[in-house]
Structure formats: structure tokens, C-alpha cells
Design a protein around this ligand. Structure first.
Ligand code: NAD
Length: 433
């Protein structure tokens, strides 16, 4: 049953290569170590939290359309399940590595803890170039990879989601494969599914909505008027375009946006809805006639109140962090700031809403999806949005309170809050001998 999907399975414009070389696991761990030290974390619990619970490497043989067999390598890492089932996306990319998957799985652990949802952290990936694969090859790859990691999966043990180059179509295949194995339909095995088969309303907009909500909280905290606050957004995909649209709706002025084809600037404000319609028709901003052209490097240094890096990892580095003029950075992307750039932004008084807080709206609505699937009762979109707003506002306030109490940056505070929550559960549960 391999009907070609209406929408492309993969998005050709994703580029996740680490431009600024920083080993992902070590970059994540340098922030973890700093936070753990400030918390005075028990050395035993520190050791537990520094190690992934489980790492699985699987060979994924598939028959290519040519009739030849090719074997791919896939990973699934469950970093920590003290607070609940592993939760984290699956990416298909030629640069996937065990180190990267492990770092991303740890990140998910801290992200779920920051917003206080009952999940641990996990991540998966397959080393492949999906651009060179047909939809039927991708379906075979997804199904064989899913059966390879079956021992990890389960609504109570490990719940995947889409990530780079995977989407709701891929999640539908994963859910079907899992359900065939266990002989009944299990919608709660994955999140980010099509709404018709147990997905949640509001999931598509959730990450951008979370970015808007946390940015609003940051502007209020800094006493910067929301109305007229100038916003620059790098990346105009799901996260960037929805963030821009919702920030504009709050009265902010989106003066610069970019995607991988370049940037556009208008000091009087760009028309976000119009640009979203253009990208829907042309796949990128290339050829959009309005606004002044600008490079991605110029966008990062533009005069504005809010900068939203929502495209790639490591775009703010020690080389360009000093050029940032924004008062607030809302990290829509995962890891847009290299660890080595943190101190520069901090010294310059830039208020950074860290990724594990700023973009946690997505996993929060994934949690809602899992809850709805398990209850078999689905919520109206406004209920989803209200509950998301409450969680994001509360989480921002809790991180800010931690930052005030310890006189640290929001990034350090978010790690401290997350690590403290995971550590507390380890202490309460004790060690199974
Ligand atoms: P997407 O593929 O929908 O959009 C990515 C955008 O970045 C595209 O507009 C693309 O053109 C642009 N881009 C690519 N290379 C670029 C470059 N060199 N310069 C400028 N722009 C460039 O992806 P997305 O889902 O919006 O995810 C963006 C980031 O947010 C990723 O880091 C992702 O991990 C993170 N994130 C996404 C979600 C989610 O729910 N989608 C949740 C949490 C975190």
C-alpha cells in the first residue's frame, strides 16, 4: 500500500550541517556542567545524568527501486526516562551521528523538564540522503527502521515525533508499522501525526506560538513595549513563519526575514501573511518582489528589538555574536547559539530566551496529542492554545525566577531548573539495585 503522498515527504530546503564546528554532545554538556556545578548537584546523580540510558544502533536494509539492496544505519537513543517515557524526534539526514543523536536526546530531556511535562528525552535518526530517495523507498526505510527499534518503542516507554526531513506522513507509517506488530492500533506511539489519525489541532503552529508567547513575556520583563517592537526572523519555515505571523498579530513589526535563499528588509514592516502565501506557492522567498535584499549575516546584525534564529544550529558564534543589536534573542531553532558565544551575548546585555524554553511549545502540544490519544478524547483548537499559553507563560516565569535567584542568564537558569527537576525524581525514586 504505497500511495504517493500529496505533499513532499522531505523538505529540500533543510540544511542542518554544523557550520561552526562544535561537537554537539560536548556543547550541550558544557552548559549542563555549568548548571550542575551551580546547583551543587550530588556527584552520583551528576554521573547518572551525564550518561544516556540506552543507545541502539540498527542496520536498516531496504530494497531500492532499482531492485538492489542497500543497508542504512539508524540510531535511537533514550537519554533519560526518570520523569516519563522517552520523547524525541527522528531525523533522516546524511550527517546523522550517534554523538549528535545523543546530544539531541539529552536536550529533549531538559526541554521536557523545563516545561514540566511528564516525559524523558530521546532522539533517533537514520544516515541517509532523503533527497535522493523516492517516497516508496522512504516508506520502506521508515518501516524497517521502526521494526529495528521496536524493542525501545511504546506509548509508555518511547514516543517518537518528526524532526529534520521527517513529517506527519512518516509518522503515519511509523504508527502503522508499530500497530501491525502489536496487532492493534496504537495512536499514542508517536506524535506529530495527521489530525485525521489522532494528531492534535494546533500542533503545526505550536512551536511558533511558544516563541511568540515567550518573546512577549521577555519584552514585558524588560519593559520594552510590545506594540511596534521590531522583529528579525532567520528561517521562514514552520517555526520562523508562524513566529513572525503571531508576533505581527501581537502588534510587533517584522522588519526582516530570511530563508536559505537570502533575506528581505523593510523598516516599515514586511507583510508576513503575503510572504507565507508566496512561500506556499514558490517553496522559498526567492523572487518575492517586495522589501530590500539583505544577506543572512546582515539579518543577524540588524537593528531591532527581537531576533528569532529559526533555521539552523550554530549561527551565532564568537565571530558574529558581538554584532547582534537585538535586545532579545528568541531561539526558535535548536542550538542556534554556539556555547562559546553565550558569554559574549551575556556581556553585551542581550536577553536570550534559550532554545529549551523558547521552542518547547512543539513538544508541549506533542504531550497534549499523546494525552488526547490515550484518552481517546480530542480537544478544540482554542483549548489546545490556551493550555499551551498557560504552560509557556508559567515556564518562562519559573526560569526567570531561577535566573533572578542565582543571578545567572536565562540559559543557565533553564538548565538549572531542568536538571534540578530530573535530579529530584532520581532522588525520590532511589537506585534500583
Ligand atoms: P523548516 O524546514 O520548516 O524551516 C527551515 C527554514 O530555515 C526554511 O525557511 C529554510 O529555507 C531556512 N534555512 C535553511 N538554511 C538556511 C540558511 N543557511 N540561512 C537562513 N535560512 C535557512 O524547519 P522548522 O520546522 O521551522 O525548524 C527550524 C528549526 O527549529 C530547527 O532547528 C528545528 O530543529 C527547530 N525546531 C522545530 C520545531 C518544530 O516543531 N518544527 C520544534 C522545535 C525546534
Amino acid at each position: 500500500m504505497s500511495t504517493p503522498p500529496a505533499a513532499p515527504i522531505i523538505r529540500a530546503d533543510r540544511d542542518t550541517r554544523f557550520r561552526y564546528e562544535e561537537k554537539p554532545f560536548e556543547a550541550m554538556m558544557s552548559r549542563f556542567d555549568d548548571a550542575a556545578q551551580r546547583l551543587g548537584l550530588d556527584p552520583g546523580i551528576y554521573s547518572i545524568l551525564r550518561h544516556p540510558e540506552k543507545q541502539l544502533t540498527v542496520s536498516v536494509p531496504i530494497v531500492r527501486d532499482s531492485g538492489q539492496i542497500e543497508v542504512f544505519t539508524g540510531y535511537r537513543v533514550i537519554y533519560n526516562t526518570a520523569r516519563g517515557p522517552g520523547k524525541g524526534g527522528i531525523r533522516f539526514h546524511q550527517d546523522v551521528s550517534l554523538d549528535e543523536v545523543t546530544a539531541l536526546a539529552a536536550w529533549m530531556t531538559w526541554k521536557c523538564a523545563v516545561v514540566n511535562i511528564p516525559f524523558g528525552g530521546a532522539k533517533g535518526g537514520v544516515i541517509c540522503d532523503p533527497l535522493t530517495m523516492s517516497p516508496t523507498e522512504l516508506e520502506r526505510l521508515t518501516r524497517r527502521y521502526t521494526s529495528g527499534i521496536m524493542a525501545f518503542l511504546g506509548p509508555d516507554s518511547d514516543v517518537p515525533a518528526p524532526d529534520v526531513n521527517t513529517n506527519e506522513r512518516v509518522m503515519a507509517w511509523l504508527m502503522d508499522t508499530y500497530s501491525m506488530h502489536v496487532r492493534h492500533t496504537v495512536t499514542a506511539i508517536t506524535t506529530g501525526k495527521p489530525v485525521a489519525m489522532g494528531g492534535s489541532l494546533g500542533r503545526r503552529e505550536a512551536t511558533g506560538r511558544g516563541c511568540m508567547i515567550t518573546t512577549r513575556s521577555a519584552l514585558n520583563r524588560l519593559k520594552i513595549p510590545i506594540k511596534g517592537a521590531r522583529v528579525a526572523v532567520q528561517g521562514f519555515g514552520n517555526v520562523g513563519s508562524i513566529s513572525a505571523m503571531l508576533m505581527e498579530r501581537e502588534g510587533m513589526k517584522v522588519i526582516a526575514v530570511s530563508d536559505q535563499t537570502g533575506g528581505l528588509y523593510d523598516k516599515n514592516g514586511l507583510d508576513v501573511k503575503d510572504m507565507i502565501a508566496y512561500v506556499a506557492a514558490h517553496r522559498s522567498l526567492e523572487g518575492y518582489g517586495k522589501g530590500q535584499k539583505m544577506t543572512n549575516a546582515e539579518l543577524l546584525a540588524v537593528e531591532c528589538e527581537v531576533l528569532v534564529p529559526a533555521a539552523l544550529e550554530n549561527v551565532l558564534t564568537p565571530e558574529n555574536a558581538g554584532d547582534v543589536k537585538a535586545k532579545v534573542i528568541c531561539e526558535g531553532a535548536n542550538g542556534p547559539t554556539a556555547a562559546a558565544a553565550d558569554s559574549i551575548l551575556e556581556a553585551n546585555g542581550v536577553f536570550v530566551i534559550p532554545d529549551i524554553l523558547a521552542n518547547a511549545g512543539g513538544v508541549t502540544v506533542s504531550y497534549f496529542e499523546w494525552v488526547q490519544d490515550r484518552g481517546g478524547y480530542f480537544w478544540e483548537e482554542d483549548v489546545v492554545n490556551q493550555r499551551l499559553e498557560r504552560i509557556m507563560e508559567r515556564s518562562f516565569d519559573e526560569v526567570a525566577a531561577m535566573a533572578d535567584r542565582h543571578n545567572v542568564s536565562m540559559r543557565t537558569a533553564s538548565y538549572m531548573l531542568a536538571i534540578d527537576r530530573v535530579a529530584e525524581v532520581h532522588r525520590l525514586r532511589g537506585l534500583y539495585a
